[in-house]
Structure formats: structure tokens, C-alpha cells
Ligand binder design. Structure first.
Ligand code: PCA
Length: 220
């Protein structure tokens, strides 16, 4: 589309395979949505390495290059059954498995001296409602873990404090059926459903500048 270059941009990030899993559905999702238009925004997709430190450098470079109006980072959360809209990023790296460069930090801050946590600035309740209305399994998650995804989420929110008006956050997605085949009993979602779900979630995020007050808490 000739006008697309002038559209405001939306930065979408994902990851490649890690931890011995075949593929990573976040990679499929970002590839499918790259260069598409959603609610008047052009999607720019960037794959980040599953490596502590390097992932944040790649994210910062992508922020500088794309100058986005909105940023959504996506990662795989094997074992979860629904698209998980993350509420909070915490300032800790505590890796149960090694990253793709062999590093396994334990109880180190993502950013030394920075706050303990940041809340997402995405309207996660509005995104949740839009996904549920579309019949796509979705939930609000109260923790993004302590591996590379939380690391990227925390680094993103720390970087966005200097970018006035730019909102962002993190969304975890389940295993793809291909991955779940190797993990008996683990839930999965078709890749096409996840692509459509992320498109719907992005649209809701762009359409809602204040969030909805709908219940999505947890007892534990
Ligand atoms: N999931 C991992 C890192 C990369 C990914 O897709 C995580 O949840 O930390």
C-alpha cells in the first residue's frame, strides 16, 4: 500500500526456538503479522535472541529504528492453555534453564538499581475482553516468570519510561500443536488461532486508551 510508509508503526517482537523445543510459535506469529496494517498502524516485526542481555540490546535497537507508537513483545509459555496478557515485569533474572548462549543467571537484577517492578501499560482487560468475545482462550497473567521473557518485558518497560505516550507490554502464548506432540498432556493452540488472537489483541490495545475494569485476578 503506498500510504503504509507514513502510518504510525507498531513494534512486535518474538523469539526463535529455545530449551530444545521445535520452533517457537511467537516466531510464527510475528512473521505472519509483519508489514500488515492493524487499526491504522504498520506492524514491524523483529525477532529477539533468547539470550539475556543480547535480547535487550536488540530490543533497544528495534525501538530506535521503528519509533513505534505501541510495542508488544511475545514469547512462548509452554504449559499455559490460553493467550496470557502479562500484568507485571519484575527486576530479576533467575534462569531454570540456560539461555541460547549457555548463560543461567541466578537472582541478578535485569537492570541494576532500577525499580523492583513495572506494570504493563497495555489495556490488558480490554484486550482480554476482545479475545474472549472472539472465542479465543485468554487470561491475565500475574507473572511473566524470571527467564528471558520477563527480562525483555522489564527492559521494555524501563526503556518506555523515557518515551512519552508510547505504550507497551508482554503477551505469552501456549505451545503450538507440533510442540505439544512432544510434551504429552500439555495444552496447545493452533498457530492460526494465535496469529488471529494477537491481531485482535493489538487492535483492542490500539482502540482503548483507558482500560476496562473487569475482573481477571487470581487467588494464587
Ligand atoms: N519464552 C521464554 C523465552 C523465549 C520464549 O519464547 C520465556 O518465557 O522466558
Amino acid at each position: 500500500m503506498p500510504t503504509s510508509r507514513q502510518s504510525p508503526t507498531l513494534l512486535l517482537t518474538g523469539f526463535g526456538p529455545f530449551g530444545g523445543h521445535p520452533g517457537n510459535p511467537s516466531q510464527d506469529v510475528i512473521r505472519a503479522l509483519h508489514d500488515t496494517q492493524i487499526a491504522g498502524h504498520r506492524v514491524i516485526s523483529v525477532e529477539l535472541p533468547v539470550v539475556f542481555g543480547d535480547a535487550l540490546q536488540a530490543l533497544r535497537r528495534a525501538l530506535r529504528r521503528s519509533q513505534p507508537a505501541l510495542v508488544i513483545c511475545i514469547g512462548q509459555a509452554g504449559g499455559r492453555a490460553a493467550i496470557s496478557l502479562e500484568r507485571i515485569a519484575i527486576n530479576v533474572d533467575d534462569a531454570r534453564i540456560a539461555d541460547n548462549a549457555g548463560a543461567q543467571p541466578v537472582d541478578l537484577p535485569v537492570i541494576d538499581g532500577a525499580p523492583a517492578a513495572y506494570f504493563t501499560s497495555l489495556p490488558i482487560k480490554a484486550m482480554l475482553q476482545a479475545l474472549r468475545e472472539a472465542g479465543i482462550p485468554a487470561e491475565v497473567s500475574q507473572t511473566a516468570g524470571t527467564f528471558v521473557c520477563n527480562h525483555v518485558f522489564y527492559g521494555l518497560m524501563h526503556a518506555l519510561r523515557r518515551r512519552k505516550g508510547v505504550r507497551g507490554g508482554f503477551v505469552h502464548i501456549p505451545f503450538s500443536p507440533r510442540q505439544a506432540e512432544q510434551q504429552p498432556g500439555q495444552p496447545s493452540l493452533p498457530v492460526e488461532t494465535m496469529i488471529e488472537g494477537i491481531r485482535i489483541a493489538i487492535e483492542a490495545a490500539l482502540q482503548h486508551h483507558t482500560d476496562l475494569a473487569i475482573q481477571a485476578g487470581a487467588e494464587h
